[in-house]
Design a protein around this ligand. Structure first.
Ligand code: ADP
Ligand code: MG
Length: 477
């Protein structure tokens, strides 16, 4: 009996959930409705054209593979795109389109990292395998052009460029790129691979995660085929191994890697490794390997500063042909300072929300999305915070702000502070007055009115207030 629609889709979601990051799952898969199963064609309803395009661009392979697993190898995917959600008089307007990217997706037998679960006894010995046939396993979107340089990654990026120009023939061998999660290690390592492939197509490049390497090794040791495994790796000109910290639990794999490393290094081949820690701090990795890691260059990637975060966001938007107000870009860059992956995740969620709700991206929406997105302590804006911001802005001391004086700059700064306190906090006028040396609520009302009047008449005053408003907005969630 054929599986029921709901069951098919829930099985698909179970698989996808394990693969896709949680936030992306929520953003891109939860809103999907499975609406029809016509034989081996599953129809999924997506909320908008944008949504459909995004899935096609980023997830069609995953959807295809998953569907084949659940429904069999002839499974097909079709989208039902919501064109208009309708109302009580009109039915929703939808449009059905077959998955496009799906057609070009092939089950490539040469896909080495996929062969791990393959029953073929020894996938590395494929008769007539030529070096050129080795798929580098690179993601083409990870290039130097899309990798923004900042103080946070300058050394690593420049070393990467040098390595890409002269793989093997430079003093950065191996190149070890290390740093925390989501800071661009994989991107940079793959950019090197992509650049080598672009400029020196005959070079054999291979990107592999250390986990895959270990799994392959284990598979081959079971089949008494360790030599084939090692020989395969010795064919590579540029070997990129991602996240080598995971070698720490795999003693035997380290032995194999040691042999491969020595062979490649002696033959003038390039090694590029990434890790979450500097070689000197890696635990559980054999000393003889660590000492070799130190032969070349270890370069770290750090959290990008605010300006670099802005640049990363703007570049991403440009690449994807997107636009949103500068204040929103600033807001994201200001509030997400953990790592670049989170920054991208927030941008994607924001786009999805804007597409789901059919509304333009503005600060309001950004705030809403971010509230659910990052675990940022939702910063309560207090009168004290505003006072401090205004003092910093006009470069006056806190004491001065509260002083009884007729000096115009001070009086105006105080009035602006009260105005902002009223706008951005939930405090009563009385409480606000108390924070300014015990002034009463009528003073606060008068100050707010004065600020409004001045904003209408004095251009530079208005500029100052607006800029301060933006600053406070950035801090407020
Ligand atoms: P890591 O491997 O260090 O955990 P990734 O290389 O996977 O991090 O990077 C996470 C995401 O952030 C990727 O989508 C990557 O393209 C992006 N990214 C990281 N650093 C930069 C950068 N300097 N410029 C542009 N994108 C970046
Ligand atoms: Mg990585």
């Amino acid at each position: 009996m054929p599986k029921a629609l709901d069951k098919v889709w829930s099985e698909c979601l179970d698989i996808i959930k394990d693969i896709v990051e949680w936030q992306h799952f929520k953003t891109w898969f939860e809103p999907i409705r499975a609406v029809e199963l016509k034989g081996n064609v599953l129809v999924i309803q997506v909320p908008s054209q944008f949504f459909y395009e995004y899935l096609e661009e980023h997830y069609v392979n995953l959807l295809a593979k998953t569907l084949r697993r659940v429904l069999g190898k002839d499974a097909q995917l079709e989208y039902r795109i919501m064109v208009d959600s309708g109302n009580h008089q009109n039915k929703p307007l939808t449009m059905d389109v077959p998955a496009q990217g799906y057609k070009t997706f092939s089950n490539n037998e040469m896909d080495f990292p996929l062969v791990i679960n393959n029953p073929v006894k020894n996938p590395f010995v494929i008769p007539g395998l030529k070096k050129m046939q080795i798929d580098p396993q690179l993601n083409p979107i990870y290039t130097f052009e899309t990798f923004i340089e900042g103080d946070c990654n300058r050394v690593a990026r420049r070393a990467g460029k040098t390595v890409a120009e002269k793989p093997g023939a430079n003093s950065f061998n191996p190149l070890v790129i290390y740093g925390g999660v989501g800071l661009g290690k994989t991107h940079l390592a793959q950019a090197i691979g992509n650049e080598v492939k672009r400029s020196q197509a005959s070079k054999v490049v291979l990107y592999v995660s250390s986990e895959k390497f270990i799994n392959q090794f284990v598979d081959h040791s079971r089949n008494n085929a360790i030599n084939d495994f090692i020989h395969f790796y010795q064919l590579i000109d540029v070997l990129i191994i991602d996240d080598v910290q995971f070698f720490n639990r795999a003693e035997k794999s380290q032995d194999a890697f040691f042999a491969i490393f020595n062979h490649l290094h002696q033959s003038g081949k390039q090694l590029i490794l990434t890790s979450d820690k500097a070689p000197k701090d890696m635990e559980g990795v054999q000393e003889r390997l660590l000492s070799r890691f130190r032969w070349g260059l270890s370069a770290d990637v750090l959290i990008p500063d605010y300006d670099t975060r802005i640049e990363i966001l703007e570049r991403k938007m440009k690449n994807d042909g997107l636009d949103m107000p500068k204040e929103v870009v600033k807001y994201l860059a200001y509030n997400i300072n953990s790592n670049v992956r989170e920054l991208e995740g927030a941008l994607i969620s924001l786009l999805a929300q804007s597409s789901l709700n059919r509304r333009d991206i503005d600060l309001e929406l950004a705030k809403r999305v971010l509230r659910n997105f990052v675990k940022t302590s939702s910063k309560e804006i207090t009168i004290e915070v505003i006072q401090k911001m205004v003092c910093d802005y006009f470069d006056i001391s806190y004491d001065k702000l509260l002083q009884k004086t007729r000096k115009r700059e001070i009086v105006q700064a105080r009035q602006i502070t009260m105005f902002l306190a009223k706008a951005f906090t939930k405090n009563s006028l009385k409480t606000i007055g108390e924070h300014f040396g015990g002034r009463d609520h009528t003073t606060v009302i008068h100050s707010c009115q004065t600020v409004k009047d001045l904003m209408d008449t004095d251009h530079s005053f208005r500029e100052n207030v607006i800029e301060l408003q933006q600053k406070v907005q950035l801090v407020a969630m």
